[in-house]
Design a protein around this ligand. Structure first.
Ligand SMILES: Nc1ncnc2c1ncn2[C@@H]1O[C@H](COP(=O)(O)OP(=O)(O)OP(=O)(O)O)[C@@H](O)[C@H]1O
Length: 296
């Protein structure tokens, strides 16, 4: 079953430059998938997510969550989604428990169910010992965990995670990855945006790469990597690192024997970051806007 269907989504900001932030974007997400939206700065990811989260109005297009039309039943949609925003927005003046209680009241949860779920989630996400601590006395990672617990409290079917691990240390990041995997195994649909391509490669079933508000490609991480070439050859030429992609190690080796600077050669597995950089251009320049150009 399709958890989300987005058809021809378009949004402009009426600023001095009249930017088309999202331009006729269409995509579908299967129930139970981890779906990752990738794109360079300013690509339109946050705008797309904010529209899906009912926080921003679109100009054009249709959005369905489990066949429910967002335009017709926004409240129904709010009840089936949980949102972890990019900037953690927990209430610093309240304790962890009080933050969760307020959220349960907004979702009209019954008290018994609230207590049971809140304790369960605090336990699962390793925050039970912080239950009575004021949010302003939590570390950045703990605040992020609180916002994840809060987003899950009303048992949403679809969870939006906008850069869930930004600024977190390796241990906290791994523990959040583990939580995301557990959510997927429990059948939740997850929409992830991240600038950590390694995170996208590890967690996602499907990746949608956008640039300048437009869809470039939508594939599984492995398909994207295979299309580019499983093997990457890196070498130096005129003071620049050149990347070339091949289907096999042997092809990369055969190519490398004719290179001048043999010391600079590195042959390694291609990763999703190589795909991302190839498709969206390096350093924000030289954008690749056609699939033919990226994947001849
Ligand atoms: N409130 C706004 N008013 C005017 N322009 C905006 C506004 N918000 C975003 N934009 C512009 O819309 C475009 C898309 O921005 P958006 O925040 O959706 O991108 P993003 O992919 O989330 O970027 P980042 O990775 O940097 O967070 C950018 O050109 C941005 O400057």
């Amino acid at each position: 079953m399709k958890a989300i269907r987005v058809l021809g989504l378009t949004k402009s900001y009426k600023s001095e430059t009249n930017i088309v932030a999202v331009n006729n974007l269409s995509f579908e997400v299967e129930e139970g998938q981890v779906f990752c939206l990738l794109g360079p700065n300013g690509a339109g990811k946050t705008t797309t997510i904010r529209i899906l989260n009912t926080l921003l109005k679109k100009d054009k297009g249709q959005i369905y969550f489990f066949n429910i039309d967002l335009d017709k039943k926004p409240q129904d949609i709010k009840n089936i989604i949980g949102v972890v925003q990019q900037h953690t927005n927990v209430d610093s003046e309240l304790t962890v428990w009080e933050n969760l209680l307020i959220h349960s009241m907004l979702h009209k949860m019954n008290k018994m169910l609230f207590k049971e779920r809140a304790n369960q989630l605090l336990e699962a996400i390793d925050m039970i010992d912080k239950k009575n601590r004021f949010a302003n006395k939590l570390s950045g990672g703990e605040r992020r965990k609180l916002s994840i617990i809060r987003a899950l409290l009303h048992n949403p079917k679809i969870i939006f995670l906008d850069e869930p691990t930004v600024g977190l240390d390796t241990f906290t990041r791994r523990s959040i990855w583990e939580n995301i995997k557990q959510l997927k195994y429990s059948g939740k649909t997850i929409i992830l945006t991240t600038h950590y391509i390694e995170e996208a490669q590890m967690l996602s079933d499907l990746v949608l790469i956008i640039n300048k508000g437009k869809k470039l490609i939508e594939e599984t991480p492995n398909t994207l990597i295979n299309r580019l070439g499983k093997v990457t050859l890196e070498y130096q030429e005129n003071g620049k690192t050149i990347y070339k992609f091949f289907n096999t190690n042997q092809e990369a080796k055969d190519f490398s024997v004719n290179l001048k600077d043999l010391n600079s050669i590195l042959i390694r597995e291609t990763n999703l970051e190589d795909v991302f950089v190839t498709m969206t251009g390096n350093g924000g320049e030289d954008y690749c806007n056609s699939l033919e150009k990226c994947f001849p």
